[in-house]
Design a protein around this ligand. Structure first.
Ligand code: ADP
Length: 477
């Protein structure tokens, strides 16, 4: 299975390419030990694309052993600059690939800059710290940005000298397998990066509870994160969790309206609303509310074209799966039953073939903070827009959920912007923008939106551990 059991696929845009379908363990392509597979579905047509191998508990165990061996292999342990070889895929950049390449390049630059400190104490003693790799890192990623999420996790883990077993989401197993071939081409020793597709309840669970895994990094739902935390307790694994959100976007009366509308639309409607930091609760001050509503609805009508993802005019493709589509439909029913006003959308989007998981962009107003549609993450092109009177009220609304991931504030008043940014309980605040994350800037949440940070230098702290070395300068006790 040296070529990843590659099958030739032709994408709807006519591009034919070899798609690996195996498990990437110890630098080799192998089949699932139990012969299980995952069928990847095209969400536009509901037709199967290809079946890929699904890892079992034993396959995860093999991958962890390969990662453990690679960790002890001097060709990896003593390599001074791990990622500086350059990335062959950078020739075919599009928006997501730009992020992947940018993140990996950023962390490649850090590979020889993971420093400790010298700590002065008394004349008799000095101490220093070194940052060491944590060891074998399990990484469980979601389906909404399959390659970017892999890059966010692989970049800092490898820059710090760890080895990795990465489990992609079962909905999106394809692109990361293609990436595995590039890992080999880039010259990584076998076993440093292992990629094992599989179902969460089997492969994900086996990885999170494995006794020889030193760290688990997870991005996904808050409910699954709680399970992972429990499993990680078995051997006290280091953990990083990036989970759900219900991120608020506050528009004050003095905001630049057009700018606020464009960012508010992009913040919730991009990527089919399937973004953990989607600004899914828009809060607008009373004096500008009617104007905002009119402009926002116009923006949705003009920009949110729903349709074939391979059509260059499409802004919003299908949701990733039937389960996600059904979840959004359920929340639409909940919103109506709770008495909120359905301003726009609320129906599946009819398409030419009558197939696919398409939904209209959906806007609710008349929402109160107790409603489920104000409190719970929907993960779709679904937004609530609420009116507030004062800054106090805006901050209380922002902080009134269990989440604390992203947030956004629109105002032309500089001091108000910074004051409110400090008062919002969130890992990230965008002032006069929304969701414009950057790999140089830490990303993560507070409350039930996660533990720890990814990206930026904080991402390196999440993948290294501090060793303190005490040096006695006295000749006798
Ligand atoms: P979603 O509900 O959005 O699909 P999940 O949190 O369930 O998000 O999935 C995110 C990732 O977590 C996926 O890779 C999935 O396979 C994995 N996963 C799901 N359930 C478990 C579990 N019990 N243990 C470990 N991993 C899991």
């Amino acid at each position: 299975m040296a070529d990843g059991c590659a099958v030739q696929l032709t994408a709807p845009n006519g591009v034919t390419f070899p798609q690996p379908t195996g498990l990437f363990i110890g630098g080799q392509w192998v089949k699932s030990s139990l012969g299980k597979t995952i069928t990847s579905i095209d969400p536009s047509t509901e037709k199967p694309i290809v079946a890929v191998q699904a890892g079992s508990v034993k396959d995860i165990d093999d991958a962890v052993s390969a990662a453990r061996r690679a960790l002890q292999d001097p060709s990896w342990r003593d390599l001074p600059e791990t990622w500086d070889n350059g990335k062959p895929y950078s020739v075919s950049l599009n928006e997501d690939m730009g992020e992947v390449a940018g993140t990996l390049r950023y962390y490649a630059g850090f590979a020889d800059k993971v420093f400790g400190q010298v700590i002065e104490t008394t004349a008799d003693k000095f101490a220093y710290t070194i940052r060491e790799p944590i060891g074998v890192c399990g990484q469980i990623i979601p389906w909404n940005y399959p390659l970017a999420m892999a890059a966010w996790k692989l970049g800092p883990a490898l820059a710090c000298g760890n080895t990795v077993v990465l489990k992609p989401a079962e909905q999106t197993p394809l692109s990361i397998l293609y990436f595995a071939n590039l890992v080999t081409q880039a010259g990584f020793p076998p076993g440093v990066v292992n990629i094992v597709n599989g179902f969460g309840a089997e492969a994900g669970k086996a990885l999170a509870s494995h006794e020889d895994v030193d760290k688990i990094a997870f991005t996904g739902s808050t409910a699954t994160a709680k399970d992972i935390m429990r499993m990680a307790a078995s051997n006290l694994k280091n953990i990083t969790l990036e989970t759900g959100g219900k991120s608020p976007l506050v528009v004050f009366d003095d905001a630049e309206l057009e700018n606020a509308v464009e960012w508010a639309h992009a913040g919730i409607m991009s990527n089919q609303g399937q973004i953990c930091t989607a600004t899914s609760r828009i809060l607008v001050q009373a004096g500008i509310f009617d104007q905002f509503m009119e402009a926002f609805k116009k923006q949705v009508r003009n920009v949110s074209t729903v349709g074939d993802p391979f059509d260059s005019n499409t802004f919003q493709g299908p949701q990733v799966s039937k389960a996600q589509l059904d979840r959004i439909k359920d929340f639409i029913s909940v919103g109506k039953a709770e008495g909120a006003n359905l301003e726009m959308g609320g129906q599946p989007q009819a398409t030419a073939g009558g197939k696919g998981y398409f939904i209209q962009p959906t806007v609710f107003t008349g929402v109160n903070p107790q409603m489920r549609i104000f409190q719970e993450e929907v993960f779709g092109p679904f937004v609530t827009i609420s009116k507030f009177e004062s800054e106090e009220e805006a901050v209380a609304l922002c902080n009134g959920t269990q989440y604390g991931l992203g947030s956004a504030v629109f105002t032309t008043n500089l001091t108000k912007a910074h004051r409110v940014a400090r008062r919002i309980e969130a890992g990230m605040v965008w002032i006069n923008s929304s969701n414009d994350s950057d790999w140089r800037i830490p990303f993560g949440g507070v409350k039930q939106s996660g533990i720890g940070r990814e990206l930026g230098e904080a991402g390196l702290e999440a993948y290294s551990t501090v060793k303190a070395i005490h040096v006695n300068m006295r000749s006798k006790l």
